[in-house]
Design a protein around this ligand. Structure first.
Ligand SMILES: [Zn+2]
Length: 423
């Protein structure tokens, strides 16, 4: 995860790795002299199992089934150990009869593991993956996708060995599924994730002929919503939860951040922002966008304002976060926006509205201009749902009370839409 706030990985100490390495070497040496398949001791297997069980805890396949390994069928090769998954990871559309996902671990480094989903036109369950891809027997069709330890697909490859040139060749293109889900954290603890949902599917086509491989692609996105400890259990937290419950639009806004880049995290925090500001959104830093709500004890603090107005502040800040996400998707280096190339990226990007406001008002001025002109209805709709518990039908405008409340924070003399509204 590109996120330093997530729980630290459970890394093995060097001592354990070298011990593990020596054992494996012994096994390989032993196996060579005895001409037997490599074997692995129960103790050793248990050590690997403990490590991997922690790594996959809480992770699910794209069918929302737990990632569980069939340890009884673990196989040890010269360089890798392979363990089949009980529930496969379906990140592409299969066309052949046999399909399986395996966890493949390097024998020299436990941390170096990935998943391989593979399909073939023959039963491959007894073959090592390395054998499958090196021994290309007549009539074999094999396709596989590598998936990293965060479930991002790395690359899809295939081969087929057939002598009949007229044979149907269904391996030229693969339909990759783009999946998305949102995970909620309280501080460092994972609270829950939504189910994986298919967002879209697209075809990846490789080169002609035997061994043709497709390009690599990331077909998954996980948005991470983190509540900082300063936010957990506060009135603002309660209002945030109620917004999630009452407004499908708010829920979507939280979940459906722009899909052009794989991971961004939205953090909610409370801090003393003084007596004039109700909230603020910090630009992306290392993939983290932070919405801070004021806990000052003036009437700008969340505990000193009506809940409806704090709901408005939260929505307003989340819209800022969404705008930052879009900019980040266009011009990012290590999860920070590169402002120097932003305007040229916007010109080539998918956000003509944003480009227009950015060109007219610049990086610091455009967000409130665009929000006032185009997002007040969005804000008002969510506020009305929050207050009444009733969804505003998409064919109806929210009531003017909520449209007016949405002006708060946008009613600046420099704001064009506000000037027009009061003239
Ligand atoms: Zn603002």
């Amino acid at each position: 995860m590109k996120n330093n706030l997530r729980p630290p990985k459970c890394n093995y100490g060097n001592k354990s790795i070298s011990w593990f390495f020596v054992l494996i070497l012994n096994l390989i040496f032993f196996s060579c002299t005895q001409e037997q398949d490599p074997v692995i001791s129960q103790d050793e297997l248990q050590t690997i199992r403990n490590f991997i069980d922690l790594e996959v805890a809480g992770k699910t396949t794209f069918d929302n089934l737990p990632i569980e390994l069939d340890w009884k069928k673990a196989k040890l090769g010269d360089d890798f150990m392979e363990i089949p998954l009980i529930n496969p990871i379906r990140s592409f559309e299969t066309v052949l009869d046999y399909f399986q996902t395996r966890l493949v671990i390097s024998n020299s480094d436990l941390n170096a593991y990935k998943f391989i989903s593979l399909e073939s036109n023959f039963d491959h369950s007894h073959d090592l993956f390395t054998t499958l891809i090196s021994e290309r027997k007549e009539g074999n069709w094999v396709r596989w996708m590598q998936i990293d330890n965060n479930l991002r697909s790395l690359e899809v490859s295939s081969y087929r060995t057939i002598t009949d040139p007229k044979a149907n060749m269904p391996l030229d293109c693969v339909t990759v599924t783009y999946m998305e889900r949102t995970c909620f954290y309280e501080g460092f603890s994972l609270i829950s994730c939504t189910d994986w949902e298919t967002v879209s599917q697209y075809e990846v086509c490789g080169s002609e002929g035997e061994g043709g491989g497709g390009g690599g692609s990331t077909n998954y996105k996980e948005d991470v919503i983190i509540k900082d400890s300063s936010f957990v259990g506060t009135k603002a937290d309660c209002i945030f939860e109620k917004l999630l419950d009452t407004s499908e639009g708010f829920q979507k806004m939280i979940q459906e951040f722009d899909g052009s880049f794989s991971v961004a995290n939205l953090i909610f925090a409370m801090d003393n922002l003084g007596s004039t500001r109700r909230g603020e959104t910090s630009p992306p830093e290392n993939f983290n966008i932070t919405n801070t709500i004021n806990n000052n004890s003036t009437n700008s603090g969340a505990s000193y304002r009506p809940n409806l107005l704090t709901a408005k502040t939260i929505i307003h800040e989340v819209i800022h976060a969404e705008m930052f996400r879009k900019l980040l998707s266009l011009a990012s280096t290590n999860g920070n926006i590169i402002t120097s190339i932003l305007s040229s990226m916007l010109e080539n990007g998918d956000y003509p509205g944003m480009l227009d406001y950015y060109t007219r008002y610049g990086l610091n001025g455009f967000q409130h201009q665009q929000m006032a002109a185009h997002y007040r209805e969005t804000i008002a709709r969510m506020l009305q749902e929050f207050q009444t518990g009733l969804v505003v039908p998409s064919s109806q405008m929210p009531s003017s009370l909520y449209m007016d409340l949405a002006w708060e924070g946008l009613n600046h003399s420099t704001n064009t839409a506000w000037q027009t509204a009061i003239s």
